[in-house]
Structures are given as structure tokens and as C-alpha cells.
Design a protein around this ligand. Structure first.
Ligand SMILES: NC(=O)c1ccc[n+]([C@@H]2O[C@H](COP(=O)([O-])OP(=O)(O)OC[C@H]3O[C@@H](n4cnc5c(N)ncnc54)[C@H](O)[C@@H]3O)[C@@H](O)[C@H]2O)c1
Length: 330
């Protein structure tokens, strides 16, 4: 059985859907602080899913999940992940992300579970020294959120050396899109990600574009948008890699290609078929001009490659926005 922490959230729910559709037995452990019970109810329609509501900050909550289920692998998404909030309130981030993960790892050791796939992030690299960013790029995170993820990567190395706990750390770039059938999708309040915010913009709440004087193709920031279903497939490959006896490892998950904010904005207008209200604002502090992944290692070692393009991600995100609106207004 596979335990997915944070499986009621955005990315975790897409992995759970993919696992259920290939007949896996899955347990989701989630506090529902950010994730939604409606997502769990939807997922339950597609396979054998158990749900445990609990918080990683409480060791007994997570021990309880191991106690009554035969778990062989863990996929760990549960974390807080808003960069700006982590700068304002680092205590919240270190406590939840680092202490919560320590509880999870300690429960795994207690119950003899030695395989974990972990959601790391491009934010562990900090200000890029070169681009595309490969896995050898120095890791100097510039905010508490990125630091919590790097600390966890270091803890996982030490737990391998001392206890033989094997981890695969997947460093995601910008995750985008939704389930191709609009059953689940991104559902954050407040929403901080670019594509849903462009799609949600109205004349009362215009989309704010921060900075158009960067040293990039059109002056706006360039990011690497990786589709959430492609990302789920990478997790399945990482689980298989560990099941086949793979050593602790880490991989960038991105597309090797960057899109500027202006390009994403234009693609959103095309998908919506209408013009979207826009205000150009000064740069925000801490936004690097370009963040693009070199994904060769994941291709070579995991035999994974992204298949879905930016337009597909925007289209599925838009279909999900409409679906969510209709469910909420029911
Ligand atoms: N979304 C991105 O673009 C992106 C990029 C890089 C890395 N990541 C990482 O991927 C993971 C998933 O991201 P997401 O966008 O799906 O986030 P999300 O907030 O939608 O999902 C996280 C889930 O974890 C749960 N959770 C948080 N703390 C918990 C705790 N202490 N105990 C139990 N459950 C807890 C939340 O309720 C939520 O359902 C996170 O670890 C994030 O840092 C995300």
C-alpha cells in the first residue's frame, strides 16, 4: 500500500488519481487545512482509497496510519508552500515542514518502511547561477520555504546513511494544469500561482504583471511550467525506481523550456477566447529573471519525459475553474 501525505491537495490528488487508475491501494494522510474533503470524495470513486485525517505535527496521528495499514512506500507532499508567507512567518514553515517531516520519517523507521518520494522544489537552488538548472547547480535557497525543503533533503541523506532509508527527491519547477477530465484540479485559497490567477482575473480584480524590464525575451520573467499529470507520472516512475532497489537520488522535474509571463498571459487569452484585464506593476523583490530546468537526469535515470504542453495545462486549468465554479454554486 502507498501512503500519500498531502493527497487532498493540488499535486498529491493528481498522483492519487493516477495510482488509483492503475489499480494501486492508496492511503491519503492530510490535515485538510489546505486540501479539500470534496477532492477525497471524488478520488474515492476511482479505486481503493482510504483517507486518514491527521496532522504530521502530531506523531501519534501519523503513527496511527502506519499501525493499521501495511504501507511499503510513502510519497510526501504535505507542506506549506507559499514563499511570501514563509518570509513573514518562518516559524510556521520550519515547524510544519521540517518537524512534520521528522515525525513522518521517525514513524517510517518505527514501522520498518524504508522508501520515500519527496516533493522538493526548484526553490532549493535559490538565485540561478546558470540556466537551464541541472541537479549539480549549487543549492542556496533565498527564503525560509526553500530552506525547509533543503533541510529535509539533508535529513533524508543522513537517514539513508544511518538507517538505510531510501529517498527520491523530486525538485519541481512551476506546476500547472489540472486533470484532463476536470475531475480534480488546483484549489487554493488564496491562489498564488500564475495561471489560475490570470484565468480568474476580472475587471474588479485585474491581473497584475510584476515587472517588464527583466533581461529576458520580452522583459517579463521566464518560468518552466510542468504539467501536473506529467508530474504524477514522474512520481510513479520514482516509486518504481525505489521498488527496484534504486539508491537515494534527486531529480529536476521541468520541461527544459521556459515561457515568459507575457506568453502565458497571451495563451490564457487564447484559451478563454477573450481579453483579460491587465495592470503592469513594478518588479517584486526576489523574483529571478529566468528559472528553467535541465531535466536530462530524470529522462536518463527514470525514463520519464513530459508530454503535455503549456496550452494543454492552461486549457485543463480553465476547464477545472469552470467545473469548480459550477460545483460551488450548486
Ligand atoms: N505547486 C507547485 O508549483 C510546487 C512547486 C514545487 C514544490 N511543490 C511542493 O509540492 C507539494 C504539494 O504542493 P501543492 O501545490 O499540491 O500544495 P497543497 O497545499 O495543495 O497540498 C498540500 C497538502 O498538504 C496538507 N498538509 C500540509 N501540512 C500538513 C500537515 N502538517 N499534516 C497533514 N497534512 C498537511 C494540506 O492540507 C494540503 O492538502 C508541497 O510540498 C510543495 O512544497 C509545489
Amino acid at each position: 500500500m502507498i501512503l500519500v501525505t498531502g493527497g487532498a491537495g493540488y499535486i498529491g490528488s493528481h498522483l492519487v488519481m493516477a495510482l488509483l487508475e492503475q489499480g494501486e491501494n492508496v492511503i491519503v494522510f492530510d490535515s485538510l487545512e489546505v486540501g479539500h474533503i470534496e477532492t477525497i470524495e471524488t478520488l474515492k470513486k476511482y479505486g481503493n482509497l482510504k483517507f486518514v485525517q491527521g496532522n504530521l505535527k502530531n506523531l501519534d496521528d501519523i503513527r496511527g496510519a502506519f499501525l493499521v495499514n501495511k504501507i511499503d512506500t510513502v510519497v510526501h507532499f504535505a507542506a506549506y508552500s507559499q514563499v511570501a508567507e514563509s518570509v513573514k512567518n518562518p516559524q510556521k514553515y520550519y515547524y510544519n515542514n521540517v518537524y512534520g517531516t521528522l515525525n513522518l520519517l521517525n514513524a517510517m523507521l518505527e514501522f520498518g518502511v524504508k522508501k520515500i518520494v519527496f516533493s522538493s522544489t526548484a526553490a532549493t537552488y535559490g538565485e540561478p547561477e546558470y540556466t537551464p538548472i541541472d541537479e549539480n547547480h549549487p543549492q542556496h535557497p533565498i527564503n525560509p520555504y526553500g530552506k525547509t525543503k533543503l533541510m529535509i533533503e539533508h535529513i533524508m541523506d543522513d537517514y539513508d546513511t544511518a538507517y538505510g532509508l531510501k529517498s527520491v527527491r523530486l525538485r519541481y519547477f512551476n506546476v500547472a494544469g489540472a486533470d484532463s477530465k476536470a475531475r480534480i484540479g488546483e484549489w487554493h485559497e488564496p491562489e498564488t500561482h500564475l495561471i489560475p490567477n490570470i484565468l480568474k482575473a476580472t475587471s474588479d480584480k485585474v491581473f497584475k504583471m510584476f515587472g517588464e524590464d527583466y533581461d529576458t525575451k520580452d522583459g517579463t520573467c521566464v518560468r518552466d511550467y510542468i504539467n501536473v499529470e506529467d508530474l504524477a507520472q514522474a512520481h510513479i516512475k520514482a516509486i518504481d525506481y525505489l521498488k527496484q532497489g534504486g539508491e537515494t537520488n534527486f531529480f529536476n522535474l521541468g520541461t527544459n523550456d521556459g515561457s515568459s509571463v507575457k506568453e502565458v498571459f497571451a495563451a490564457c487569452e487564447k484559451v478563454k477566447g477573450e481579453s483579460i484585464p491587465l495592470e503592469v506593476c513594478p518588479r517584486r523583490e526576489g523574483d529571478p529573471a529566468t528559472l528553467v530546468a535541465d531535466n536530462k537526469k530524470a529522462k536518463d535515470v527514470l525514463s520519464w519525459a513530459p508530454e503535455k504542453d503549456l496550452e494543454h495545462s492552461i486549457k485543463t486549468a480553465y476547464d477545472w475553474e469552470k467545473e469548480l465554479k459550477s460545483r460551488i454554486s450548486e
